[in-house]
Design a protein around this ligand. Structure first.
Ligand SMILES: Nc1ncnc2c1ncn2[C@@H]1O[C@H](COP(=O)(O)OP(=O)(O)OP(=O)(O)O)[C@@H](O)[C@H]1O
Ligand SMILES: [Mg+2]
Length: 454
């Protein structure tokens, strides 16, 4: 018999049928123990704790504060910044592990951890760090700062947040701490800083990963000397002249547009430049999608890394000409973003294009690219030197000058293909005649003989 059954005759009222009673009615008549049991059952059956604390509730409880005196000092940075801040938080959790309490990030969810990919190590094995992804952590006074604080991190891309929760009276301490976290992102505590990274678009959000090692060296790319001098002038903004430019307020951000037909070494040149800046600048190689849809987000990553080189290879594939009648949104975004980049410090841009004429004149305006260099088709002397570079390790008696004449009109990429073909056909030993035969036959070209297959 239930308590309400036994109560009915005493009050003289007809109780509502059990099926019509609301939960509130049941709880109103239940004893305190009964209510606690029902609540626990609800949590177990519904698999959803009723008494979930939000990060703010967690913080007020841990900091022993009145909810009205809780202050939040937050930072919403570019997407990679949350992983890097997560890594800094990991370091602090390890340092103060014994005294830290970790809580739910809200919504009844347990704390979550994310993987920060560090690329391959020296032995070619991939390295990852497990860093806080979504959680709140309480650091008592004397650990992270003089005052007790909670740190909240949420790395989901639609609600990115890194916040320090403190007593209102300690807001100054929280602000100083947040500033030091932001400064540490641009230090050696950021394991991606100074490296070559590859950006791609994932669910509309920029994802940055470590690019495979670049070993493109200057000696491997044969270009006219005056061209290298121009490149050095460009690089001076990042190296020898950086401090002087900065002290005179002349800006350290520069844009270089590299133009030239396919196969003359544009991508190779960009890689040489990126490799020469490793350690000082973080290079972000943009793929076509991130160039087209998230260019501003890409540049925003300089907040995460400090000095940044943004590489936009083959921009002509993404940006058209205003008169071409195509989709001009990408071009308009590009122009606006590049103008915005002027406000940032220490950002270099290198873009490459096959045909500068295919770019809208506005994209080439000197205020957007400080320098435009055109890579020429290699002349006979350059072709001789490129052949020499590829053939030197084999130590063969090849007449390089004669071979370079046979390759009139060939690009550096073509010369490389001829040598590759010779090695595929003859191995590491061949004569001038055999090489000339390959060069003149054209069979090193990747031409598809369509008729043969139809
Ligand atoms: N001047 C050169 N000296 C040495 N190697 C060269 C030279 N030009 C091109 N190469 C070689 O040719 C290959 C292709 O070059 P790269 O990809 O840089 O050309 P690209 O100009 O970017 O072409 P595309 O417009 O098709 O992207 C690379 O392996 C590069 O090393
Ligand atoms: Mg290229």
């Amino acid at each position: 018999m239930t308590p309400s059954d036994s109560a009915a005759p005493q009050t003289g009222k007809t109780p509502p049928p059990a099926t019509c009673r609301t939960v509130d009615e049941i709880l109103a008549t239940a004893s305190e123990d009964g209510r606690a049991t029902l609540k626990l059952l609800g949590e177990l059956v519904g698999n959803e704790p009723v008494s979930v604390a939000t990060p703010a509730q967690f913080a007020t409880r841990q900091l022993r504060l009145d909810p009205l005196s809780l202050a939040s000092t937050r930072y919403t940075g570019p997407s990679t910044s949350l992983s890097i801040l997560g890594n800094l938080l990991r370091l602090e959790l390890e340092k103060h592990g014994d005294s830290v309490v970790i809580g739910s990030p809200g919504d009844g969810l347990p704390p979550t951890w994310s993987q920060l990919d560090l690329g391959l190590d020296q032995r070619g094995e991939s390295r990852q760090l497990t860093v806080p992804g979504r959680l709140v952590a309480h650091f008592p006074a004397g650990t992270l700062a003089a005052a007790p604080l909670c740190v909240l991190i949420d790395d989901r891309h639609w609600s990115r947040e890194f916040a320090i929760l403190s007593a209102t009276a300690d807001k100054g301490v929280a602000e100083t701490l947040l500033a030091s976290f932001r400064a540490r992102m641009k230090s050696s505590d950021n394991p991606l800083r100074g490296r070559v990274l590859q950006a791609s678009l994932n669910e509309g959000c920029i994802r940055v990963g470590v690019s495979p090692a670049i070993d493109s060296r200057r000696e491997g790319l044969i270009l006219p000397d005056e061209l290298w001098r121009e490149i050095d002038v460009f690089l001076a903004a990042a190296t020898s002249r950086r401090e002087l430019l900065r002290s005179l307020g002349l800006g350290t951000n520069r844009g270089l547009l590299v133009a030239g037909p396919p196969g003359v070494g544009k991508t190779h040149l960009v890689r040489v430049i990126a490799a020469s800046l490793v350690g000082q600048y973080t290079t972000i190689l943009a793929d076509a999608n991130s160039m087209r849809h998230a260019l501003a987000d890409l540049y925003a990553e300089s907040d995460t890394f400090g000095p940044t080189l943004v590489v936009l290879d083959d921009i002509d594939l993404v940006l058209g000409h205003r008169d071409s009648g195509g989709d001009n949104t990408a071009l308009a975004d590009f122009l606006a973003t590049l103008d915005g980049v002027r406000q940032r410090e220490d950002v270099l841009t290198i873009a490459t294009t096959n045909d500068p004429k295919s770019l809208d004149p506005a994209a080439q305006r000197s205020s957007r690219f400080d320098m435009i260099v055109a890579l020429p088709m290699p002349d006979a002397v350059t072709r001789t030197r490129i052949l020499g570079r590829h053939l030197e390790p084999l130590g063969l008696a090849i007449d390089l000058h004669a071979m370079a004449e046979h390759l009139e009109g060939a690009t550096g990429a073509d010369v490389r293909e001829v040598v590759r073909r010779a090695i595929l056909e003859h191995g590491g030993s061949f004569t001038s005649e055999q090489l000339a035969d390959i060069a003149l036959s054209g069979r090193w070209r990747a031409n598809v003989n369509r008729r043969k297959y139809l």
